[in-house]
Design a protein around this ligand. Structure first.
Ligand code: BGC
Length: 255
């Protein structure tokens, strides 16, 4: 197993990509902390699934858009398992609103859940890594839209662009402490965030047609990359983004 005995905290861990990361990390022997803000019953079911497969997981209800909650989440992980090895800043939302439509509330919520959470999660994890010694790993899940405009999803793109720069800046600052910061940029993934697209056959046809591999990713295909990055086989990677997008970002109209 690749992650035996490592403590890994996954924000937004009870659905979508986060849920797949929880399952993959637990299957590789990690001690998992599942952060969630809603649907406690899904966290309970996920813990039962992990334990039935012989793994270890606990749930922590923490609203990662609030700094105090982020700090409590990290403290709980350390109290439960004795140390922290990996934080995955995964929680994210989108409003699918354009520059013209986005309200102040849309903007503040997206920035708080996607970017503020990752910033202060990185800070809380890094402080813990410095205190315990020996370095550590901070992973963040952004999107191809950290770099690539998505018309009609403006605040989301801005937040993901911020994550890209957070990864690079924090990676540079924290390198001397042996702390690595790596960002994963998925393309389209079959998760609740894409439910409206998946329920519309025309939109799905257009989306699949834009992806060189011809299909959305399964959440487990993103989780596999997280396992690799956390495994010790990626020890020289930091301050950078790993794109996992089936080629969508190279998009060509082929006219
Ligand atoms: C967005 C999805 C979008 C996908 C591909 C993701 O980051 O959350 O809404 O379908 O990127 O464009």
């Amino acid at each position: 197993m690749l992650l035996t005995g490592k403590t890994i905290v996954v924000t937004g861990g009870n659905s979508g990509i986060g849920e797949a990361i929880v399952l993959a990390a637990a299957a590789e022997g990690a001690n998992v902390v599942i952060d969630y803000v809603a649907h406690p019953e899904e966290t309970t079911a996920l813990i039962a699934q992990v334990e039935a497969a012989g793994g270890r997981a606990v749930g922590v209800r923490a609203d990662v858009s609030k700094v105090a909650d982020v700090q409590t989440m990290i403290r709980t992980a350390v109290e439960t398992y004795g140390r922290l090895d990996v934080l995955v800043n995964n929680a994210g939302i989108e409003t699918r609103t354009s520059v013209l439509e986005t309200t102040e509330d849309d903007f503040d919520t997206v920035m708080a859940v996607n970017l503020k959470s990752a910033f202060f999660g990185t800070q809380a994890a890094a402080r813990q890594f410095v205190a315990q010694g020996g370095g550590g790993l901070i992973l963040t899940v952004s999107s191809v839209h950290e770099d690539w405009p998505m018309p009609g999803n403006a605040a989301y793109c801005v937040s993901k662009g911020g994550i890209r720069m957070l990864t690079r800046t924090a990676g540079v600052e924290l390198g001397p402490h042996g702390i690595r910061v790596v960002n994963i940029a998925p393309g389209a993934v079959a998760t609740p965030i894409n439910a409206s697209t998946e329920s519309d056959p025309l939109k799905m046809k257009a989306l699949d047609g834009a992806i060189p591999l011809g299909r959305m990713a399964e959440p487990a295909e993103i989780a596999d990359v997280v396992v690799f990055l956390a495994s010790g086989r990626a020890g020289y990677m930091t301050a950078t983004t790993v794109v996992v997008d089936g080629g969508i970002m190279q998009g060509s109209v082929g006219l």
